[in-house]
Design a protein around this ligand. Structure first.
Ligand code: NAD
Length: 480
């Protein structure tokens, strides 16, 4: 069967880029999902011009029409969640149920922001001057570049695109070149939603080719980026020089604290979930399990038992817990950190090796390292794979200090039956999101998402807090 070609969406038209690249299934390297075009800087420039031309009408247009279009997009995603979730599992390697869950989330996000189109408010306040009144309103920012990573191929494009459009901005979406399939499917749905040409543009391509031209383009007013800390820091510098608004969501080295008084079965389940589900490829994955000494031996034994029952295999097969790693480069990175950890003195007590399945793919058994200490690279650097390390601590105070002992601050979890410790941890954790007796990963779509320290920069994403980034405030003074 001929491999289908997928083009960029620019000014309402599907247009071929400079070349095509194959989208390969990490569960089966012989399976080519499709060929996806790759833009160059000239094509990107055309997309920005189209978005600028569409902005005046869209930004001042009818909000009911905006709400209807976003609602229609959400409805189509939800109606096709099984098909889109399957595509997601095929291109990224999450299991099919996880893929369907992510597609559902994307649909719900569009529905949520359809409502937000109608809920934007301002303020009228008295002036300190007689005969004057003051109005504070929010307006769209302009044309926004959205740059997304490979690990949430539909949810992250959705959670940036939906608020950008809801608040009246025009968009250039540049998805990760490893997983363009879901972003293309989303663009296809948007192209049939009634949103005018040029308001939403999909520009696929490599970050090394169109990243700089997008971030530094004078026609782009703001950049919303999710990805690695190194690329994020570079984008922040470029935006500062060009005085653009910027929002960055980056990596994590998330702690999961297990106290002596935790329910052991629950602690093991949420640790396995946090560390290894979605193949550990979540920015909110727990990679540092910080365990107090009273429960330490029992916890390790129970983890080993639970991990032995995990089924690694083809993301589309039934009954699989852990799909493949997304790429050869990521697999090599994961395996190398298992080596690095052991060279630093850690003990590998489970998994950590590549495995073969019926098809050739990037399969790896989740790894658990014990006897690790805070200074080790395995506890400082983001691995971004199914690799977790255990740090043994004396009690709660040390566990809290250790959980905060990281340059990152995205998500942090605690497993405990103590209200006192749970409440203290919620207040004193230096993370943007705190989980009590829940996995560090897995969040609601209608509330703010984001971190502190090296994990995030700029205002929060998602929920109504998204308006901080996607609108700009105007203060108007009215005399009599
Ligand atoms: P990445 O930084 O390599 O790439 C992210 C995006 O940036 C891709 O679209 C890429 O093409 C683009 N890019 C690359 N170079 C660029 C440049 N010079 N200019 C502009 N854009 C450029 O990240 P990744 O490997 O795709 O994703 C994994 C990372 O994302 C991990 O660090 C993970 O923690 C992070 N992540 C964070 C969150 C969060 O919300 N905090 C969510 C998901 C993933």
């Amino acid at each position: 069967m001929a491999i289908q070609k997928h083009d960029n969406l620019i000014n309402g038209q599907w247009v071929a880029g400079a070349k095509y690249a194959p989208n390969i299934n990490p569960s089966n390297l012989a399976d080519v999902i499709g060929d996806y075009t790759q833009a160059d800087a000239a094509q990107l420039d055309g997309a920005v011009k189209a978005a600028r031309a569409a902005f005046p009408a869209w930004s001042t247009g009818n909000i009911q029409a905006r709400a209807d279009a976003l609602d229609k997009i959400g409805s189509e995603i939800l109606a096709r969640r099984e098909e889109l979730g399957t595509l997601l599992a095929r291109e990224e390697g999450k299991t099919k149920p996880e893929g369907i869950g992510e597609a559902t989330r994307a649909g719900n996000i569009f529905k949520f922001f359809a409502g937000e189109c109608l809920r934007l408010t301002g303020e009228v306040v008295p002036s300190v001057r007689s005969g004057v009144s003051v109005e504070i309103t929010r307006e769209p920012v302009g044309v926004i570049g959205l740059i997304t990573p490979w690990n949430f191929p539909i949810a992250i494009p959705a959670w940036k695109t939906a608020p950008a459009l809801a608040y009246g901005n025009c968009v250039i979406l540049k998805p990760a070149d490893l997983v363009p399939g879901c972003a293309w499917a989303l663009a296809d749905i948007i192209s049939r939603s009634g949103i005018p040409a040029g308001v939403f543009n999909l520009v696929m391509g490599r970050g090394s080719v169109i990243g700089d031209p997008l971030v530094t383009h004078p026609g782009i007013d703001a950049i919303s980026f999710t990805g690695s800390q190194s690329v994020g820091a570079r984008i922040a510098q470029q935006c500062a020089v060009n005085l653009k608004k910027v929002q960055l969501e980056m990596g994590g080295k998330n702690p999961q604290v297990i106290l002596d008084d935790a329910d052991l079965a629950q602690a093991v389940e949420l640790s396995v979930q946090s560390a290894f589900f979605s193949t550990g490829q979540r920015c909110t994955a727990a990679s540092r399990l910080i365990v107090t000494e009273g429960i330490y031996p029992r916890f390790i034994e129970a983890m080993k038992q639970r991990m032995a029952s995990l089924k690694v295999g083809d993301a589309l097969a039934a009954g699989i817990d852990i799909g493949p790693v997304s790429s050869q480069a990521q697999l090599e990175q994961d395996l190398s950190y298992v080596e690095i950890g052991q060279a630093e003195g850690a003990v590998l007590v489970a998994g950590g090796q590549r495995v073969t399945c019926s098809t050739e793919g990037f399969y790896m058994v989740p790894a658990l390292l014990t006897d690790t200490t805070a200074g080790m690279r395995i506890n400082r650097e983001e691995v971004f794979g199914p690799v977790a390390s255990i740090i043994r601590v004396k009690g709660y105070e040390e566990a809290l200090a250790e959980s905060n002992n990281t340059p990152y601050g995205l998500s942090a979890g605690i497993a405990t039956t103590s209200l006192k410790h749970a409440s203290h941890f919620k207040r004193h954790s230096q993370a943007g999101m705190v989980m009590v007796n829940l996995p560090t990963a897995g969040v609601d779509y209608h509330v703010p998402f984001g971190g502190r320290k090296g994990s995030s920069y700029g205002s929060r994403e998602q929920g109504r807090y998204a308006q901080e980034f996607f609108t700009t405030v105007k203060t108007s003074y009215i005399g009599s």
